[in-house]
Every structure is written in structure tokens, then in C-alpha cells.
Design a protein. Structure first.
Length: 442
């Protein structure tokens, strides 16, 4: 009997915390909706923070995250549970090509959008190739793992955070000592939530820390008269329902050369997501790898074409699945519909725009630092052996290329730090590994 494209989602009941709900199963609808709302909350903090750091419209980012999740859902046939949220991998490239200063709208958003669209196209092409190879031999995942082992992917992910470090520091310093102190206070708020809370609150440390920091900032500014007070006038004037701000892409070669290499990061993120969900569910999902890449790539192209951020599979939602043991893919379709509803609320957008710049600066330090450490975590989890010279050199050279923003120009084509580090890590590993293999044979 042939398998249908979408699962039939057999309804099950969870009577114990240990019960596992597989991707092709579902709960009763009240529970499905409650779980979907929890996934929206889990992705919320990061999905709105990324566009704020790039000067994009957070309402549109939320809207496109929902639409992108539905696109992904269709391409994988509802077989891979995943939520697509704003990707932090684009932040360094977007800031580099637009010169965004970290406050207000990004006036040069068009050139970044064009590059995001082309990055999505490159990602889609990679996905189609993987899809085709898997259809014939099923060996695409092994090939990608060979090209991008943990020493490479860990180095590339760490580089994103390190490349953004100067921007985070500048944003946190703001216009004076008070702004700097408020940024550091924000860091402490997030740290306090991470260390002194448990359960769902701890998993939502970015969102909860952001709320606490904003409340403390309001006490010092609106209450005690220090610094720039939070302006709430826009909240009262905003409508409950309306369209977000759309923008058109502009295709510029230099911007593309900076941002298109991010496709390699997205491949690594999505590959990790598939592997993680496979391990948790006990199902081999490698055969959906190409389809997952294509779904993510098409979602990124669509998002960039209207003014949204690039999107990627979200680790926050993997955490929710791991905690609840509920992997039903239908839950993510419902979560996507909730996000689309929020995206059409200017009132919701006005609340986000009220976040003070020093608080965003402090969040930048935390988030960019966590990205860098996420790369190091990949090394630790996969037990990368830095006693081997090739691993040591790949990591060392990649980190310095990215952190120092090493750039290469070939006429109108230019690669900035993240791009040179990404391609450099892959090429250097291939060359050194090949050399090592020859030496062993001799």
C-alpha cells in the first residue's frame, strides 16, 4: 500500500508525561491549539528580536514566519515537525550591506531583501539537488555531513556571533553611561531568568528577560526621570487590525556576495534540526532532507520578496517538543495560523516598537554571544578532536577570518567576513583532510 503525501494524523490521548505523540499523530483539538500557542510563545522572542536588530518590520516577520511554516509543512508533506522563524544568520550580512545603525527603520532594506531572495534561491537549488540525489541513492545526507563535519559547522556558527560582536558592543553603549548601564541591566535580567527559574519560563529566557528589562527601564525613565522615557503614544494610535509594512527587494551584486553564503549556514541548521527530531522520535527523517531544504528556501525567498527576514528551523521549538514529547506536525500548522493572525495586528507591532534602544543593545550582547557559544557547543557535543592539526587549523583560521571581517574583492563581487569564513572553512577542511588521507596511505 502506497504512503499518502500527508499523514492521516491518528488522534491519541496522553495520559502520562512519558507518552510520546509522533509526527503522524495528533491530540484532541483543544490540546492541539494549546500546544500550538506554546510553540508561538517559544519562537516569539527570537523571531521579533531578529528583525528589530536589522531594522525590519517585526509584524511582517511574524506574519512571514507563519506563512513560511505552512510552506515548509506542505513541502515535507507534514512529516517533519518544525517552525520557521527569523534567522539570526542574516544579521551580520544585512547590517554590513545596509549600514544599519541599530535604531528605527532600515532605510536601505531593499538591497538586503534582494540578497535574501537570492540566498533563498541558492538554498532551494541545494535542496533540489539533495532531493534528486536522495531519490536515486539516498546518500545526500552523508555527502553533506562529509563536506560540513562538526568542526566546520561549529566554526561557521561561532563566526556569526563573533562577527557581530562590535555591533553589539556599540549598540549597548548607546549615547551615554545611563544607556550602557541599562544594557548591562538587560544582560543581568536574562541571566537571572536563565539561572533562577525553571520549566517554561526558563526556556523563554529571551522573552521574559526582555519584559523584565523593559519594566525596570520604565521605572528609571518614565518614573524617576533618567534617560529617554518609553513613548506609549503609538500604542494608543495603532489599529487592532491592518497590514504590516511591505518593502520591495533591490538586487545588488555586492549585497548578494555578502548574504548568499548564509545558505550554507541554513543547510547546517536544517540538517541539525532533522537529526535532532529523528533522534527524539526514533524515526529516520533523512529522506525528507531535500524537501526540507526546498521548503525553507522557498519560504525565505517569499519572505525576502515582500520585506521580511530570512527564515530557518527553530531550536526553541525543538526544546518545546523535547519537553512535552509531543511531535505532532499538525500542531505547527495551527501555530503558523496563530502567527499569521498576530502579523495582521498593528497594535501588536506598536508594543514591539516601544522596546528601548539600550534594552535592545543588551539583548544584542546576549543573543550574539549565545550564537558564538552555540558554535563551540557543536564542537563539544560532537567531541571534535583539536589534537588533530587539521581540526585546529580549520577552527582557528575560520574564527579569525570572521571576527576580523576579512574581505575579498573580485571586481564587483565581494565577500565579507562571514562569507570568506564560511567558504574558507569548507575549502580548508577539504584540502587538509585530503592531504591527511594521502599521508596515511603513504
Amino acid at each position: 500500500m502506497s504512503q499518502s503525501y500527508f499523514p492521516r494524523w491518528r488522534q491519541v490521548s496522553t495520559t502520562t508525561p512519558e507518552a510520546v505523540v509522533q509526527p503522524d499523530e495528533c491530540l484532541a483539538w483543544p490540546q492541539n491549539i494549546a500546544m500550538a500557542a506554546q510553540h508561538v510563545v517559544a519562537m516569539f522572542g527570537s523571531t521579533i528580536l531578529a528583525p528589530l536588530l536589522m531594522g525590519f518590520d517585526p509584524n511582517l516577520a511574524i506574519l512571514m514566519s507563519g506563512i513560511g511554516t505552512l510552506i515548509f509543512f506542505v513541502f515535507v508533506g507534514g512529516r517533519v515537525p518544525s517552525y520557521l522563524g527569523s534567522s539570526f544568520a542574516f544579521i551580520g550580512g544585512v547590517i554590513a550591506v545596509t549600514g544599519y545603525a541599530g535604531s528605527g527603520a532600515n532605510l536601505n532594506i531593499g538591497v538586503a531583501l534582494g540578497a535574501i531572495v537570492m540566498c533563498g534561491l541558492a538554498y532551494t537549488v541545494i535542496g533540489l539537488l539533495v532531493w534528486a540525489v536522495d531519490a536515486r541513492s539516498g546518500g545526500a545526507a552523508a555527502l553533506i555531513n562529509k563536506m560540513m563535519p562538526p568542526v566546520v559547522t561549529g566554526s561557521i556558527v561561532a563566526v556569526i556571533g563573533l562577527n557581530l560582536a562590535p555591533i553589539a558592543a556599540k549598540g549597548a553603549m548607546g549615547s551615554g553611561t545611563f544607556d550602557s548601564m541599562m544594557a548591562l541591566m538587560t544582560v543581568l535580567c536574562v541571566g537571572g531568568v536563565a539561572v533562577y527559574t525553571r520549566g517554561l519560563v526558563q526556556r523563554l529566557l529571551i522573552l521574559v528577560g526582555l519584559i523584565i528589562a523593559c519594566l525596570i527601564y520604565a521605572v528609571f525613565t518614565n518614573g524617576l526621570g533618567y534617560g529617554t522615557p518609553i513613548d506609549t503614544s503609538g500604542l494608543a494610535a495603532a489599529a487592532w487590525f491592518g497590514l504590516p509594512t511591505f518593502s520591495a527587494p533591490v538586487f545588488e551584486v555586492h549585497a548578494m556576495s555578502v548574504i548568499v553564503p548564509v545558505a550554507i549556514i541554513l543547510v547546517a541548521e536544517n540538517l541539525g534540526h532533522i537529526k535532532a527530531v529523528s533522534a527524539m522520535t526514533g524515526q529516520n527523517l533523512d529522506r525528507y532532507l531535500g524537501r526540507a531544504f526546498v521548503g525553507d528556501g522557498v519560504a525565505t525567498m517569499l519572505s525576502g520578496s515582500v520585506g521580511g527576514t530570512g527564515v530557518t528551523t527553530y531550536a526553541e521549538n525543538i526544546g518545546v517538543m523535547a519537553a512535552t514529547r509531543i511531535y505532532s506536525s499538525i500542531v505547527f500548522a495551527v501555530a503558523a495560523l496563530i502567527a499569521i493572525f498576530l502579523g495582521f495586528s498593528p497594535k501588536f507591532g506598536a508594543v514591539i516598537q516601544m522596546i528601548p534602544d539600550p534594552v535592545l543593545g543588551g539583548m544584542s550582547i546576549v543573543v550574539f554571544g549565545l550564537i558564538a557559544i552555540a558554535g563551540a557547543r557543536i564542537w563539544v557535543v560532537n567531541q571534535v578532536d583539536f589534537g588533530k592539526s587539521q581540526n585546529l587549523l580549520v577552527a582557528a583560521v575560520t574564527l579569525i577570518l570572521g571576527a576580523g571581517n576579512f574581505s575579498l574583492e573580485f571586481g564587483i563581487f565581494r565577500l565579507d567576513g562571514i562569507g570568506t569564513a564560511t567558504f574558507g572553512a569548507i575549502i580548508l577542511h577539504a584540502l587538509l583532510t585530503r592531504r591527511n588521507v594521502k599521508a596515511v596511505r603513504q
